[in-house]
Design a protein around this ligand. Sequence first.
Ligand code: DAH
Length: 345
Amino acid sequence: MKNNKLKDILQNALGTIEKALSLDALINIKNTYLSKKSELMGMMSKIGELPPEERKEFGQEVNEVKTTIAASLDEKMAELSEKEMAEKLKKEEIDISLPSRSLTVGGRNPFHIIKDEMIDVFLGMGFEVADGPEVESDEFNFELLNIPKDHPARDMQDTFYIDKNTLLRTHTSPVQAHVMAEKKGEAIRVICPGKTYRRDDDDATHSHQFAQIEGLVVDKDINIGHLKATLELFAQRMFGEKRKIRLRSSYFPFTEPSVEVDIDCANCGGKGCSMCKGTGYIEILGGGMVHPNVLKMNGYDPEVYSGFAFGIGIERVAILRYGIDDIRRFYQNDVRFLHQFRKKI
Ligand code: DAH
């Protein structure tokens, strides 16, 4: 290289590149030596001032200096970024051999496990799920179910009143009236799971809030055999294939005839034990054939249509299935209780 100035620039540049310690420093060096305002580019722009015979060689030398500096920068850049990455990885290293913090996994409340299971059983039989309000009118909770104002059956279902005619529903039966209003004479096969309320003093077997699943089937030629077959299948699905049910005559204002349904005791097979209090049977629900007055009041001609209905306490089924000793446990959120129902993963 003939041009001493270029030689100096090249040497200086290579020297500083060699000593650079960071990528930032390299960027500065690049600006100093290769940008438009650099000394090198300044010299290049004055090429026109040289005698013509020197121009070619000078141009070639400037280019050589430029490409050598650029190549050296690239090389150093690769070296430094590799080093920086290695340092970063070292700094951010985590010790995967440390034991993790154990997470407490919750369990589903057995109430919901059983509720979903019950719903599945009825869906399997072709029932639809219907919904109704928990804040209900006197008309739907009582009147349309054949329980007029002065009816003694009201005494057993005292509840929380919002005003004289508005209350927290005492059972899911009012959904029967809502569904009949909606279906307007069409056939019905629904269940309605939901919360219910009574003005009870809470103890091991009573809770002011509890839940039921209501069932209602209305069609032509429905008889009590359909009710029995439906509930027997339900009992078998929930409590074992061998279960048998027994219908005992009972009274509800909205059914005629009305029945109380018992299952034979799974614990003793009907012989009598402490679980069934020596009777061999355990009561699980109430039901019956929909009262003609109820059909009529809700727009169905009882001469043409008949139906059956039932109401099952969800907690009651869960209590029997799991041997739970106190209904209040469903609502207390005690993890020691809930953990017993954790799914094994
Ligand atoms: N509603 C009743 C109760 O809460 C349960 C019941 C009985 C529902 C007979 C029905 C039925 O649909 O037909 O005690």
